[in-house]
Ligand binder design. Structure first.
Ligand SMILES: [Zn+2]
Length: 278
């Protein structure tokens, strides 16, 4: 599933191709991709509109239209977007086509069909419950201390909770916990202030590096021009089960946390947490 760095990379590439281009009409090849409003209304409201601003919140792509409504897209597991000449043949999993007046199509493709688009008056209708952006100043040790206090859930699960912090998924949760040397099953409330400061720094560092490397391509993620990211070459634990830890050489272990595959170094990320002198 594309996470913050992948969604941002896609949006950066997509923006110059669609900004200020009039949308002539919409074809929903698989109508349930439209979450709201009802699909005839969606098509009618999109007709003749232009995207005047693009933005990202968590894993959502936000497109402000020239009538001040917002079209919002979530790629979920396998969603992809591309902009091609309208004469290009369709692909089997194309779900939604925005026909641009300039003769090109903005196409939303999605093999697994979990991706959704929304057209709303206010973005809060869709993204109002999201936690802060992990790269913003709002996501700091004070914030995380408050959120984690007294909670017994594993820290990995909280990192994936979009209401706690928006945009992190399985890859960057595992990589951040490794860099912070925190076991994914540690109870949130057991983390020390020092560990939380380390985790905040690790989350930000991992995301900044992944953004610079245009995201991680494991299977489905592609930039709109079809090219791949390169952070998969920088992964230290994610899907490296049995391979040596890059810092200590211990074999990376895989466990399941909250139904999600989780990878960590058993020698450096300890369930007991830090030992305090005295
Ligand atoms: Zn290690």
């Amino acid at each position: 599933m594309p996470e913050l760095p992948e969604v941002q990379t896609i949006l950066d590439a997509l923006a110059p191709l669609i900004l200020d281009r009039e949308i002539h009409s919409v074809t929903a090849l698989w109508p349930p991709v439209i979450d709201r409003p009802e699909r005839m209304l969606f098509a009618a409201w999109m007709q003749g509109r232009r995207v005047v601003e693009v933005n990202r919140r968590g894993k959502y792509m936000l497109f402000r239209l020239d009538d001040d409504r917002w079209m919002i897209m979530h790629l979920r597991m396998t969603g992809k977007v591309r902009v091609v000449d309208a004469s290009q043949p369709l692909r089997p999993h194309d779900r939604l086509l925005f026909h641009l007046l300039d003769g090109r199509d903005w196409r939303f493709e999605d093999q697994r069909k979990f991706g959704r688009v929304y057209l709303v008056e206010s973005p809060d209708e869709v993204i109002g419950k999201l936690g802060p952006e992990p790269l913003s100043n709002a996501f700091d040790a004070d914030y995380l201390m408050r959120k984690l206090a007294r909670r017994t859930a594993p820290i990995k699960s909280l990192l994936l909770d979009q209401r706690m912090v928006a945009g992190i998924g399985n890859i960057y949760a595992d990589e951040s916990l490794f860099r912070a040397r925190i076991h994914p099953l540690r109870a949130c409330g057991s983390l020390t202030r020092t560990e939380i400061e380390g985790l905040v720094g690790a989350v930000k560092a991992v995301l900044v590096q992944a953004l610079a490397e245009m995201g991680t391509t494991l299977q489905d993620y592609r930039r709109p021009d079809g090219s791949i990211g390169s952070f998969q070459n920088s992964l230290q634990v994610f899907r490296r089960t049995g391979e040596p830890c890059p810092t200590c050489g211990a074999p990376i272990q895989r466990i399941v946390v909250g139904g999600r595959s989780t990878h960590f170094c058993p020698r450096e990320q300890l369930l007991t947490g830090p030992t305090h002198p005295g």
